[in-house]
Design a protein around this ligand. Structure first.
Ligand code: NAD
Length: 467
C-alpha cells in the first residue's frame, strides 16, 4: 500500500509538535525558580535547545552578558548592593572586579578544535558541552563569579544553575534576571542561566543530588569543595588559599612594599588570591616595613593591642570572625580604639610564624610579617603557611634561581613574581581573568575549556580517496 506524502508530513509535524510540548520549559521568572529541581529542569530543557544553536549564537549571547554587566547603571547598582548586602568589601573594587569579569573572561574563542589527518582519514578533537552545570558561588565575589561563570559556561555550550551563598541572595537574583533579559533580547532560548528564589544549604544539597546536573563547580571554602568532590559527579573545586609573600634582600624593597599593601588591601583582602602573610629576610625586614608604612600600612607594635586584635577578629584564633571579614583597615582599627584616615589600607605587625594571623585565612586587611634569617628559611616557611592549598603565592626577588626554586617548592596555581597578587588574575598581569581558581582539581584559572568535555570525531577513508 502506498502512503500519501502529505499524510507522512502531517504525522511528522504532529510528532515534532508533541515532543516540543513535552519539553516546554517550566515557568520561571527570568531564570528564578521556587525550587532547585524546577531550576534544573528548566536549564535542562534550555540545554537541549541550546545544543542546536550555532557558535555565532553563542558569541552573541556571551556578548549580551558582557553588555548587561557593563551597563553603567547595572555595574553601579550591583557593586553598591553587594557591599550593602554582604557587608564586605568596597564599591570601587567591586566595580573593578565586575568590569574585569565582564571584559576579560574568555568566550567562545577559548575553544579550538584540533585535527589529525592521514591515510586513514580525518579526526577532529573537539570541546563539547557537559550539559547543565551546577555552580556554587561565594559571598566574597558573588556577582563577579556569576558573570565570569555564565560567560565561560555558555561559551562552552552548557547551561548553568547557580546556588549562591544565602547572604548574597538579592544581588544574585537581580543579576540573573538582568542576564536573562539580555539573553532574551539577543534571541537566546529561555533559562540558559537559572537560580532559586531562596538560596540555602538544602538547595545546594538538592543540586548535588539532581541527576540532570552533569558538572558541579564549587567556588568557596573547604566544606563545599569537599562536598562536591564526594558527590559522585564530575566536579571542579576552587577552594581556599592563604597566599604567602616572600621578600628577599635582592628585591626592589620600595616597590615590593607598595605591591604588598596594594594587593593585600584589594577589596579589603576578600580575594582568595590576596597577600595574607609576609615572610621577609632579616636584613631588609625593617626597611620593608618602613616602606609599607609609606604606602598605606599602619604598624601595630604593642603586644597587648595585637592580642586584642586577635580576640576581636578571630574565633579563638582558629577562624576569622565573620563580622570583620572584608572590612576596611580603618573600620577594624576604630573597633580597637584607634582612629586613622582613609589613607590607611592595611594593618600590619611583626609576629612569630605560629601566630593565628599567619596560619588562618583571615580575608581582611591584617598582614603579619615574619622575620627569618635567610631566603631559604623564608621559602620553607611560606610553603608551610600555604597549607598545601596550592592556590597563590608571591615572591619579590631579583634572584632568578631563587624564584625558580620557590616556584617548584610551592606548586601554587598562581605564582606572582615582583608584583601584587591581583596581577595573577589579569589586573596588570598578562592572562585572562577568572574568579574560579581550581587548585584542588587542577583546572587552574578556569575558562570555557574547563567546562567542556573533550570528544573525538573520526571520518574514515577520506585520506586514501584524496591521494
Ligand atoms: P563558603 O565556603 O562559606 O561559601 C561558599 C559557597 O558554598 C556558598 O554558596 C555557601 O552557601 C556554600 N556552602 C558552604 N558550606 C556549605 C555546606 N556545608 N553545604 C552546602 N553548601 C555550602 O565561602 P565564602 O565565605 O562565601 O567565600 C570565601 C571562601 O571561598 C574563602 O575560603 C576563599 O578562599 C574561597 N574562595 C575561593 C576562590 C577560588 O577561586 N579558589 C574564589 C573565591 C573564594
Amino acid at each position: 500500500m502506498e502512503i500519501d506524502a502529505k499524510v507522512i508530513e502531517d504525522i511528522v509535524n504532529e510528532v515534532i509538535k508533541s515532543s516540543n510540548a513535552s519539553k516546554a520549559a517550566p515557568s520561571g521568572n527570568l531564570g528564578i525558580f521556587d525550587t532547585m529541581d524546577a531550576a534544573v529542569d528548566a536549564a535542562d530543557v534550555a540545554y537541549k535547545q541550546y545544543l542546536h544553536c550555532s557558535f555565532d549564537d553563542r558569541r552573541k549571547y556571551v556578548q549580551a552578558i558582557r553588555d548587561t554587566a557593563l551597563d553603567e547603571a547595572h555595574l553601579k547598582e550591583m557593586s553598591e548592593n553587594t557591599v550593602t548586602e554582604t557587608g564586605m568589601g568596597e564599591v570601587s573594587y567591586k566595580i573593578a572586579k565586575n568590569t574585569l569579569a565582564a571584559t576579560q573572561t574568555p568566550g567562545v574563542e577559548d575553544l579550538y578544535t584540533s585535527a589529525l589527518n592521514g591515510d586513514d582519514g580525518l579526526t577532529t578533537i573537539e570541546y563539547s558541552p557537559f550539559g547543565v552545570v551546577g555552580s556554587i558561588t561565594p559571598t566574597t565575589n558573588p556577582t563577579e563569579t556569576i558573570i565570569n561563570n555564565s560567560i565561560g559556561m555558555l561559551a562552552a555550550g552548557d547551561t548553568v544553575v547557580f546556588s549562591p551563598h544565602p547572604k548574597a541572595k538579592n544581588v544574585t537574583i537581580k543579576l540573573v534576571k538582568w542576564i536573562n533579559e539580555a539573553l532574551e533580547k539577543a534571541g537566546a532560548p529561555k533559562n540558559l542561566v537559572c537560580t532559586v528564589s531562596e538560596p540555602s544549604i538544602e538547595n545546594t544539597q538538592a543540586m548535588l543530588e539532581n541527576d540532570k546536573i552533569r558538572l558541579l563547580v564549587a567556588t568557596g571554602g573547604p566544606a563545599i569543595v569537599n562536598k562536591v568532590l564526594s558527590s559522585g559527579k564530575k566536579a571542579i573545586g576552587a577552594g581556599a588559599g592563604n597566599p604567602p609573600v616572600v621578600v628577599d634582600e635582592t628585591a626592589n624593597i620600595e616597590q615590593a612594599a607598595k605591591d604588598i599593601i596594594d594587593g593585600c588591601s584589594f577589596d579589603n583582602n576578600l580575594p582568595c588570591t590576596s597577600e595574607k602573610e609576609v615572610i621577609a629576610v632579616d636584613s631588609i625586614a625593617d626597611y620593608l616595613m618602613f616602606n609599607m608604612k609609606k604606602s598605606g600600612g599602619y604598624e601595630l607594635k604593642d603586644p597587648d593591642q595585637i592580642n586584642k586584635l586577635v580576640e576581636l577578629t578571630t574565633v579563638k584564633g582558629k577562624s576569622p570572625n565573620k563580622d570583620f571579614v572584608g572590612k576596611s583597615a580603618k573600620y577594624i582599627l576604630e573597633k580597637l580604639g584607634i582612629n586613622v584616615g582613609d589613607e590607611i589600607k592595611v594593618i600590619f605587625m611583626e609576629t612569630e610564624f605560629e601566630h593565628p594571623f599567619v596560619q588562618v585565612e583571615m580575608l581582611m586587611p591584617i598582614l603579619p610579617v615574619v622575620r627569618v634569617e635567610d631566603c631559604e628559611r623564608a621559602m620553607e616557611l611560606a610553603v608551610i603557611a600555604e597549607h598545601g592549598n596550592r592556590h597563590t603565592a608571591m615572591m619579590h626577588s631579583k634572584n632568578i634561581d631563587r624564584l625558580l626554586k620557590f616556584h617548584k617548592m610551592i606548586q601554587t596555581t598562581i605564582f606572582v613574581k615582583n608584583g601584587p597578587s591581583y596581577a595573577g588574575i589579569g589586573f596588570g598581569g598578562e592572562g585572562h581573568a577568572t574568579f574560579t581558581i581550581a587548585g584542588p582539581t587542577g583546572e587552574g584559572l578556569t575558562s570555557a575549556k574547563s567546562f567542556s568535555r573533550i570528544r573525538r570525531c573520526v571520518l574514515c577513508g577520506v585520506g586514501k580517496e584524496l591521494l
